[in-house]
Write a protein that binds this ligand. Sequence first.
Ligand code: AMP
Length: 552
Amino acid sequence: MPGGTDQTLRPFLWRAEKLYPDTEIVSRTHEGIERYTYSEYADRTAQLAHAMDEVGIGDGERVATFCWNHHRHFETYFAIPTTGRQLHTINPLLPDEHIQFIVQNAEDRIIFVDPSLAEKLAAAHDPEAFESVEQIVVMGSETPDLGMNAVDYESFIDGHDTGYDWPVLDEERPAGMCYTSGTTGKPKGVEYTQQMLWSHTMATMTPQGLGIGDDEVVMPVVPMFHVNAWGMPFSTTAAGAKHVYPGPSPDPEDIAGLIEDEGVTITAGVPTVWLGLQEYMQAGNDVDLSTLDTVIIGGSAAPKAMIEWFDDHGVSVTHAWGMTEMSPIGSVAHLKGGLAEDLTYEEQLERRAKQGLVVPGLEFRVIDDDGNEVPWNGEDFGELHVRGPWVTQEYFKRPEANETDFEGNWLKTGDVVTVDEDGYIQIVDRAKDVIKSGGEWISSVELENAIMAHDDVAEAAVVGVPHERWQERPVAFVVPGKGVDVDTLEQNLREMISEEYPKWWLPDDFIEIDEVPKTATGKFSKKDLREEYAQESLVEGQVPEEAAPDSE
Ligand code: AMP
């Protein structure tokens, strides 16, 4: 340790408490708006740390959260990793079976759950999968009857000491964890070490990253169960800025109200969220966006029209690309110094709608099918590989995925990109067979397998097609068995999928075909199916031209 103490989260908490004791943390919860300061935040975080000690949760053990964005969830963000435990955020939108797998795989010891999600957790509860879970803590002051060992959060932390002797930790120690849904098989766990979270925080605070200063008011709408809300609870604390948390399932009215009431300057979320705000305002609702400087858009491509719309409202869009495996920020589409003067507005928009410039600290390369690096000419494309301090080197307990998804210390992203002469990365296709709807993954392979398990189905393929609101939606192409009544089959398939999967996994369309087109090696050719669907939809006028698959 030649440079003094390690690169860990502890100093961020210490500095915010000491230097910004009166800066506010505001949170919308099921109980209304809560408001306190970093000073009180530090007290409650210490109390939570003591409460976990009392339950006997050991050093290095995993503690899970099943929550939306609010101050209590934020308290777990420091109390868990800063005591040497591992903060494991679980995505409550996943199918029950995935949740069971995740809890069992991670061997979680406590699960913090929102009251609005408690029923969902209880439905996913399986005694064998949840065997490691000692305690459920419900985020509020009342405990619903869940049939599990549950206590409410306020009673859990009540009476504990407001000081804590936070230990000096090794930077290589796992501090966080988040699962990402893979192409096939079960979700893959990504562990974040203290050092990964530290370096990601430092890089994303810079102007070349997300640009967070101590005078900002930061509201992550991107869920805290989705890669630590892009690390913003950490970077906002490191900066000493004001936090605003929008609470359970915020709708456009909630988001607009918080921007106005709290003077939000930076907010962040997937395109679907901002489309919602746009429609809300277009419906005649007057929203004062005058405090808002920046909207960070990521998770899916920010449409050019959305960037323009925000420009027209005096708000600058920061388009960012990243992955769960990268803690998650990898690139940001800033206009390079000096470039703005040389470009027309339209040319600037082109650059800003790309996935952008790699964040300082990371390296990338783009490799074509022959294993060669492609030139930076904006035309040649290949798979994007990245490496750097906050890029994972392996998946949790998944040796077979480690074999395919990494090459040396390079992470193979599965995103197919071009790079232009100025170094701007642009995603042009996706090598991985998954569908991203409203920022959340749907496994096309899992849906296909479910459909093909039906006796009346000969073959089936599920593809993602462009969608204005959700960016992508699943569509199923089905080859029925001989003599099968197609209408009844579709109805049966819909019922079967609705029983097994969340509502948002149900394909938007079931299309009968004679045969699934195949590639030369006999695999389903999803590209052909997407093209076929685009043509069919255009004939029916369902899909606007600019949303056709080629424009992805
Ligand atoms: P996740 O691990 O859930 O964060 O998903 C990461 C993947 O989402 C990336 O590999 C991309 O395929 C996609 N993605 C993330 N950000 C963007 C973006 N700005 N534009 C297009 N695709 C994106």
